[in-house]
Design a binder for this molecule. Sequence first.
Ligand code: SF4
Length: 356
Amino acid sequence: MEKNQSWTTEFASAFKDLSELHRFLGWDHRPGISSVAKAYPLFIPQGLARKIKAEGPDGVLAREFLPHESEIDVSEGLADPIGDKAFLKAPQLIHRYRSRALFTPTSVCPVHCRYCFRKNELDAGHDLFHRDFDRTLAYLSGHPEITELILTGGDPLTLSNDRLRTYLAAFAELGTLKDVRIHTRYPVILPQRLDAGFVDLIEEFGERFRTLSVSVHVNHAREIDGEVRARVGLLRKLPVQLLAQTVLLRGVNDSELALLELMEELISMKIRPYYLHHPDQVKGGLHFYLPLEEGRRLYQTLRDQLPGWALPQYVIDIPEGHGKVGAYNPEAYEFSGRLISRRGDLVEHREPQLHS
Ligand code: SF4
């Protein structure tokens, strides 16, 4: 595949069929995997499939993106681990924290990450947001306390530049939104998405908000190659804040070396590590889970080796709707079994039963 072909062509030619993918990879079809791929469909762009193949069946990219037999074990875990559906206040708009809201204009992604906290909701169809946008705008305009809007999904960069322009223009017109953040996995999965039209869009809207941020979801330095560096480099001189968010994942980046390599790579790309998420207790994704005590010990090693401005915040979404809070406990690694919720209550935290 040509490197400079449009991202939509690469998107359209992504692997969705397990047998085709296995033929391409040249690996054995493991028993039970077909039923996993039926329950949780795969979606892997060809460029990513080439990287997975180069790394091999035991590589971190295979672990992140290929179906695994552990996914079929749904005896533990939650379908909606962070419980944000209760805060849906207008079409595609989740308002949970006073000053910020999430806008989710699509449930379509450039890849299906096997650990995804929305894996029980992801939709392979093009159900892009449509007719009810006026109601979303009306809610935002009636809630001027919302000063930051986070575009997430799915992945908002699945939308065309024109569609994104329509939304950003409407948000800028409101006059109450100071900060806009775009959460996306495209820069590392399908870097061609950072095309000339997107660069124009950032130039156009970077000054219309106090901050415009692109927050790249990236979990391992092996997701980053020359093409990713070059495309992200196109944004560097623009009025945009480049951030990164990472999910701590068993078997992917649960080592000091993997996390440090990733943070250092991000820093050299001028991307600021922003969040390190403790994994969610998602049904079908518990093989990626690790206990909080282990996460805290790893985070401590990062604290010792990174400057404060390059240290991501280690956060956990307390299951069942208690919200996102700091996961690091500087006084003790030993986890007491309770977390302090955003309201200041002590919340019992049950670790899931992990099957090795
Ligand atoms: S890109 Fe994000 S929303 Fe989409 S599958 Fe991956 S983690 Fe989930």
